[in-house]
Design a protein around this ligand. Sequence first.
Ligand code: SIN
Length: 564
Amino acid sequence: MAALGEGVDLAVDVVVVGAGVAGLVAALDLLDAAPHLSVAVVDKGAAGTTGSTPLAQGGMAVAVGPGDSPALHAADTLRAGDGLGDPVAVRVMAEDGPARLADLVRRGGVFDRLAPDAPGAGWASGADPAALGGSPFALAREGGQTVARSVRTADASGAEISRALLAAARGRTSPAVAPGRITRVQGVACALAQPPADGALPGDVTGVWVLLDAVDGAGLGPDQAGGLALVRARAVLLASGGCGGLYAATTNRDEATADGVALAGRAGAGLLDLEFVQFHPTGLKVATGSAWRLLLTEALRGAGAVLLDAGGRRFMVGRHPDAELAPRHVVTRGILDQPGGAWLDATGLPAEVLAEEFPTVLAGARRHGYDLATEPVPVEPTQHYLVGGVATDLHGATSVPGLWAAGEVASTGVHGANRMAGNSLLQACVFGSRAGRALAARLGPGAPDPRDPAEPAFAAPAPDLDRAALRADLRQAISAGAGAVRTAAGLETAAKALEGAAARLGAAPARDRDGAELASLVAVGRLIVRAALLRAESRGVHWREDHPAPDPAWAGVRLRAQLP
Ligand code: SIN
């Protein structure tokens, strides 16, 4: 294969954009089912360093523990979704969960276990202990879960899942495109390729344009790094994560810039539920130079940590029967209602529980000068998850032929108006796998469309534009107007800031990573604000202070968005 670079194409059967749990599960399951196919995975950074998967703490919700069942898992998920969850999608996710967990175990994922005779050890009726690795799981309980349901590896569950999947993917990685192999492309997907169908309208998606950093980890020469390459493919699967880059405080990494939603929207795909942006109730409240905030996992509350107001009183008791373990949007409201702020108090947890089960948060808080073992720590709701996204069916197909989506970037309807804790890793595994297997079944022998798509349009960056300052201003404007609490006036102000940013950036993005990301952030930010303005009610994570209750007229209504 010629080195991928400026003007040199790569041609594969399927290109996956994103290397988190959804993308890797899709790639691996696709190749297991159809070893005649070739795959490229486009990742924004070095393997294992990008995306939200490695940061996930509390675990993956799967109905495998005592007293649990897929039906109970589905009921909890629908309740957390505040009337908007799709019952069919939810049932599929809950029922597929144990098999997808068995896949992770088979691929080497190591999860916390209990001795069979330990207190609390056991299995859900119908679970298959042999497929799931023998001993019962030591499950965490998180918000909205009726019973402990999150399979975990201490508080580094996502890092372990990522490690296992990357190891499995590495075994298939190859610099040359070949059947059954994965070619790793490092760079930013900046546009979908769509040759004209009839000379006028864009046709099926036939690949993706990438601003390159490297291929297979080998640094490209200076002429190629930053160059534009076309990865031709018979199908593109977006698995590129969420939109934390829009917010001034987020648990996401910087590269979560809503690229997949923007790419799909520009290609004409339907987008759904974009007003629903989830805030995790307990981000560590610290002033830092960056937007990233340390997550204090809900599993801490599941283990007994409580929330206190400025007077040291528990304020969630009496607000919801599950108190601190109420669904996330309820706890978020509880915290924001405290005029003097809120603190998470984990000092009642035995020292060995903190050390063994929560080493990540313990060490992370220490780096900010807090000791969870001896003092309550300040917390604030922090942007965490994009609930809506690219509309897909239950196999990941979008409304545009050739374009598929799975994971946080997708909207299957499972989350409704609020995602329940632990369901993000699960839905990424379940729908990533379904997409991979559906593609395997659909793609027989064949080759990518040979027609040349038009190159994406780029503009030179405006010389007087300080893009870092613009990005910071956008984050402030979105956080103020389209944060956890919204009003029409605040949303209008955010909309004006976004219009101003769009005007300054110009019609086409600059031809570099920053330019591509800024264009995505502005495009998706505008859609989020527009949807949030339209939904004049409060439901799930969408809290309109000027319309503080759910409105029956909006029950069951899912807002569809489209980029112009
Ligand atoms: C957490 O550990 O609290 C986050 C888990 C999730 O978002 O599902």
